[in-house]
Design a protein around this ligand. Sequence first.
Ligand SMILES: *Cc1c(COP(=O)(O)O)cnc(C)c1O
Length: 385
Amino acid sequence: MLFQQQFLYAPGPTPVPERVQYAMNKPMIGHRSQEFPLLLEAAATRLKPIFGSDHPVTIIAASGTAALETAAANVLDENDDVTVIVTGAFGDRFASICETFGANVHRLEIEWGKTCSPDELRTFLQQTNKNMKAVIATYCETSTGVVNPVHELGKIVKEMTDALFIVDGVSCIGAVEVDMPRWHIDILASGSQKALMLPPGLAFIACSEQARKVIAETKTKRFYLDLNRYFSSYDNERSTPFTPAISLINGALEVCVMIEEEGLDNVIRRHQLLRSMLREGLKTLELPLLTNDQDASPTITAVMTTTDETKKLKKLLHEKYGLSIAGGQKKLKGEIVRIGHMGYSTPYHMLKMLNGMEMALTELTGSSVLGKGTAKAQEVWMQHV
Ligand SMILES: *Cc1c(COP(=O)(O)O)cnc(C)c1O
């Protein structure tokens, strides 16, 4: 069977719009040229609403994990106390990064598939009773498909501590609401290849005034990821301390233009529609979902593979129907599959996914569910305003 392409539903990397690919093909320019400062300033400022930031967004040539490491290295000194809310594999990764820099990491472990409630954070901070340098949360936990209530968690952090509130937004920034000042977020980290519909290769960091002060005072050794270098290079010459990923920044600017054209509110609503269409369709197909509706991410959905048949779904979808989804990570390996629906993703992509699911399930179970999930998802789409 000829497939023009594999249809990518991984929670990163995600499909890149043609417009963005064209933008990345622009002729190379020097990063010490006259043009580059204009490009960098345009991208750094037009990313501000997407990050809900008052300040230009810092762009580093690296993957998303480098954004997390940048946050840790620039804020934590050895033996600083830090609380990391661990709702899955990425919270766990952030905790490991903090440990690497010698911090005293207090892990608030939440059952995978659930979110951290404000009460759980409040109780944990009371019981730990340490002078926290930072509290870290994952906005969308990509390994389970939940969104943590960061707007409420930030309030608790500021009520109870003088800590910086640091948020990993790698798998949702560009698809969800966020307001750094109002939600008390000091550092918001993201990457290019998820909801921002770019290839891998850019790490994004937005920082509050308070964060910048702490960053200036942090002693921890760092060179490439020293944010002070990025701040002074941007402030003084609208440039970067090291050679930037110029083509990707051209792409990032085009992404900003696309989001402005659609309207950020509409982008956010579209992702909510994708979530509802897919979840309602999957429920109609009697596939059990890992998370409840209230906690469910608009960017990624996890399906529990509890039966022998559903354990074969991922392979069959890939090999026969050209649909590429992801498996579970760490303790959820073999237990779930994950479907990404972020960035360059439309309602038709959800219908296509449900189409494939219906054919694969019908083949695996021997009883036909053709048309069932898609019909439900079509109803959801038609009701959407
Ligand atoms: C993908 C992801 C990361 C890591 O990003 P890389 O680009 O793979 O380094 C970190 N946090 C979350 C929540 C992610 O989804």
